[in-house]
Design a protein around this ligand. Structure first.
Ligand SMILES: NC(=O)c1ccc[n+]([C@@H]2O[C@H](COP(=O)([O-])OP(=O)(O)OC[C@H]3O[C@@H](n4cnc5c(N)ncnc54)[C@H](O)[C@@H]3O)[C@@H](O)[C@H]2O)c1
Length: 399
């Protein structure tokens, strides 16, 4: 039981005003989450039309929730009334937590954070929803950089349970604890990770795309056969090519490229020519009508080869590469094994945590498969992680 004082503080915390900057895809979703949790939300965007679009899209999605019986009419209007739309950053003067979700450009974010710090109170937490910019470099523009933190939501924010919380080298422990508490109060699944490229999900998930593309490039199988192998034998909801077409090849390629650069060009993260050519051709995926698959009217349907031996080999190769990456995140202390598994199941809907999967498969089998790939190709991308080798030697498991 909470003491009365704590209970009051808790209530006050729940009612504190939250500022969100950027009324695009992510900012609008985060504003909805905070508003649904009873906060007064100030949603700021420099573009008037971004605000009106955000407002009407929220109206539309709440209407649908009402029709499905998930919320009442009163709840819907309360959520809408909780959000104030503004083009002025000065409207955020009373916010106790501000999450920025503007475009992914360091100079633009720096300019914004610099202005923001002169508006908000000394105890306001300043958070960024960035996917790829180091939190430490965002914090460097603040005179009190102890208040910077990464709070990374997944799209769509009101639906995806996972939030990665990223303290930087400057972040104070109070800011970290308070941020975790707020996000937990909002019903989110919170994982804490180091300020390293791609955080957990965007780092560990790289081989899902990269190894699938590599298998295709080697001529081992076509897109639909690789997708089939992953859904059939791995139980994933979508295969890598279907998923890349959903995300957009332009976006997926640029994330891969930025992670490759951020890891000082480690060959594990090398982008693929096939994906690059698709981007150059304008084959972005569903949104452009053509990606790895053709989404136009009357397009010829493609079918996988459904060769079981081939399918299992494809799935196993991609899975061991994913597991090796998850193990590297443990090895480099990016996050705990529990949080890494939570991140992949709650952030990108993997059917099972990769480290749990590793335990079930047997670490020795995974090591042997990686050693086999490493010897066959002689490429660094297949090097087994030292922690995996050590754990096999010591006959240990993750859980
Ligand atoms: N889209 C995703 O799936 C996703 C997922 C997780 C994190 N992110 C991160 O979230 C952030 C936002 O991404 P998004 O996809 O919502 O972008 P978006 O392009 O949909 O929206 C960005 C909004 O910011 C506004 N904006 C730009 N500069 C501004 C400024 N100086 N002041 C106020 N408003 C400004 C724009 O008008 C626009 O409405 C990025 O940092 C991105 O890396 C995106």
């Amino acid at each position: 039981m909470l003491s009365l004082r704590k209970e009051i503080l808790h209530l006050q915390e729940n009612k504190m005003e939250i500022g969100i900057i950027g009324a695009g895809t992510m900012g609008s979703g985060i504003a909805q989450v905070a508003a649904q949790n009873g906060h007064q939300v100030i949603l700021v965007d420099s573009m008037e039309n971004a605000l009106s679009k955000s407002k009407s899209e929220l109206q539309f999605s709440l209407k649908r929730l009402e029709e499905k019986g998930r919320i009442t009419e009163q709840q819907s209007s309360e959520i809408q009334n909780n959000i104030i739309y503004s083009t002025e950053i000065t409207s955020l003067r009373n916010s106790k937590l501000v999450i920025e979700a503007i475009i992914e450009k360091l100079e633009v974010k720096h300019q914004l954070l610099y202005e923001l710090e002169s508006v908000v109170s000394d105890n306001c937490i300043i958070a960024s929803n960035t996917s790829s910019i180091p939190i430490a470099s965002l914090g460097s523009i603040l005179s009190n950089s102890k208040r910077i933190i990464g709070i990374h939501f997944f799209n769509p924010a009101p639906v995806m349970p996972l939030v990665e919380i990223i303290p930087s080298v400057q972040t104070s422990s109070v800011v970290l604890e308070k941020s975790i508490q707020i996000l937990k109060d909002w019903g989110k699944v919170v994982v804490v990770c180091k300020d390293t490229p791609g955080f957990i999900v965007n780092r560990v998930a790289r081989p899902f795309y990269g190894e699938a593309l590599r298998i295709y490039e080697e001529g081992k199988a076509d897109f639909s056969t690789i997708d089939w192998a992953i859904t059939e034998f791995g139980g994933f909801k979508m295969g890598p090519f279907t998923l890349m077409d959903y995300i957009g090849n332009d976006i997926n390629y640029s994330v891969t490229e930025s992670i490759f650069e951020a890891f000082y060009f480690d060959p594990r993260f090398k982008p693929s020519f096939t994906q690059r050519r698709h981007v150059e051709a304008g084959f972005y995926g569903r949104k452009s009508g053509r990606g790895y698959y053709d989404y136009s009217e009357g397009a010829i349907e493609v079918f996988p080869s459904k060769d079981e031996v081939l399918g299992k080999a494809i799935f196993e190769r991609i899975l061991v590469m994913l597991i090796n990456e998850a193990i590297d995140a443990v090895f480099m202390q990016v996050a705990t094994p529990e949080d890494i598994d939570l991140a992949m199941t709650k952030g990108v809907n993997y059917p099972k945590g990769l480290l749990k999967w590793a335990d079930e498969m047997g670490l020795e089998k995974i090591l042997n498969k990686l050693d086999e790939l490493f010897h066959e190709y002689g490429e660094d991308r297949y090097r087994p992680n030292p922690l995996l080798r050590k754990m096999v030697r010591e006959k240990r498991s993750f859980f």
